[in-house]
Ligand binder design. Structure first.
Ligand SMILES: NC(=O)c1ccc[n+]([C@@H]2O[C@H](COP(=O)([O-])OP(=O)(O)OC[C@H]3O[C@@H](n4cnc5c(N)ncnc54)[C@H](O)[C@@H]3O)[C@@H](O)[C@H]2O)c1
Length: 325
């Protein structure tokens, strides 16, 4: 079986993808600085604690491990942080990616799956969003991903470097049986924040209920992290089978409002969520829902755990295991 490098494999989505790659029989090598990831999310023997910017060491690692393709998750992910410190985001997400690409070219590894984001679309003209909507990021985080997507386009054209760019919507859920789940620090994502509010009794502030949506709160497309991990496996297999560079949205195609997610959390946990309703947050589009038809028809991917209650139940199981460990 081929060997796959997973950058950011100690983080949330990377750790799940690493797990499913191994389940499917792939040899996996993980590269992570551990700045924002967790050592225990990766088996020790495959973890290389290394920053993306160590080009030469990464090139050596790719050669000695005979890596066939890379899945690149490593980067910073917080929109809010990116507006406070844009330079930090461009250095890590853009320079860091360039360093990895340079190492890959040195080692003649020319297949890459890249973590892009719905933030590349900004406030979209049409929902559900198709891949052909133009780039229109409204924050440095989204811009950093767009820059890398464009670099990959040029590398495809002139350096035979093939990539699949996956634009994900809201990753959520967990794989509690594998001891894996969402643990960002600080956490900015809705579902883990709602679950923490249930566990601690401290109210969560929700950002606005005066949007032009049926219940006034923002609508997002929540995609189970294990379905997302599966999309990466489809994408890397497509590249290993000589597929051309391409871009795909990854979402369920069904939106849920903040209030609907809150109600689902109350249903699953059997407890009320303490919350206060705050004003709108700058830069939040009313609705972001993916059209993933292309991924389904071209690569045969289909979400298996799209129901909100299932997503929350997995996340809740993981959150409880953290509390007791
Ligand atoms: N979580 C989401 O909902 C979401 C949505 C769209 C896109 N994405 C993208 O998916 C990817 C993974 O997201 P996540 O939620 O798993 O994030 P995460 O923070 O849990 O994982 C990122 C990992 O990358 C590592 N890392 C960061 N910079 C590094 C560097 N310079 N060198 C080596 N390792 C480094 C961190 O230590 C961490 O383990 C990111 O690129 C993110 O932009 C995430």
């Amino acid at each position: 079986m081929p060997t796959i490098l997973v950058t950011g494999g100690a983080g949330y989505i990377g750790s799940h993808t690493r797990y499913f790659l191994q389940q499917r029989g792939y040899r996996v090598v993980v590269l992570d600085s551990l700045e924002r990831g967790f050592r225990e999310a990766v088996p020790n023997e495959i973890l290389h604690v290394l920053d993306l910017r160590n080009t030469e060491t990464i090139a050596m690692l790719l050669k000695t491990e005979k890596v066939d393709a890379a899945i690149h998750f490593a980067g910073y992910i917080s929109v809010g942080e990116s507006t406070k410190d844009p330079e930090k985001y461009f250095v890590n997400n853009v320079s860091g990616s360039l360093s990895l690409f340079e190492a890959m070219l040195h080692a003649d590894v020319r297949k890459l799956v890249f973590s892009s984001t719905a933030a590349a679309y900004g406030v979209p003209d049409h929902v559900p969003i198709r891949e052909d909507q133009p780039f229109a990021p409204i924050n440095p985080y989204g811009e950093s991903k767009v820059m890398v997507e464009k670099i990959l386009g040029w590398m495809d054209k002139y350096q035979d470097f093939r990539s699949v760019r996956l634009r994900y919507f809201n990753a959520c859920g967990a794989e509690p049986e594998a001891g894996l789940g969402e643990r960002h620090d600080p956490e900015t994502h809705l579902i883990p924040l709602l679950l923490t509010a249930v566990q601690t009794g401290k109210p969560i502030t929700l950002f606005g209920d005066d949007y032009p949506t049926p219940d006034g709160t923002c609508i997002r497309d929540y995609i189970h992290v294990s379905d997302l991990a599966a999309a990466h496996i489809y994408a890397v297999e497509y590249l290993l089978n000589a597929g051309a560079s391409d871009v795909f949205n990854v979402g369920t195609g069904v939106g849920a409002s903040v209030k609907e997610v809150l109600e689902a959390v109350e249903r699953v946990t059997g407890k009320p969520v303490p919350f206060t309703m705050g004003p709108r947050r700058e830069g939040d589009p009313p609705s972001l829902v993916a059209d993933s038809t292309k991924l389904q028809t071209k690569l045969g991917w289909k979400p298996q755990r799209a129901e909100l209650d299932r997503i929350i139940s997995d996340a809740w199981q993981f959150a409880q295991s953290l509390k007791t460990s």
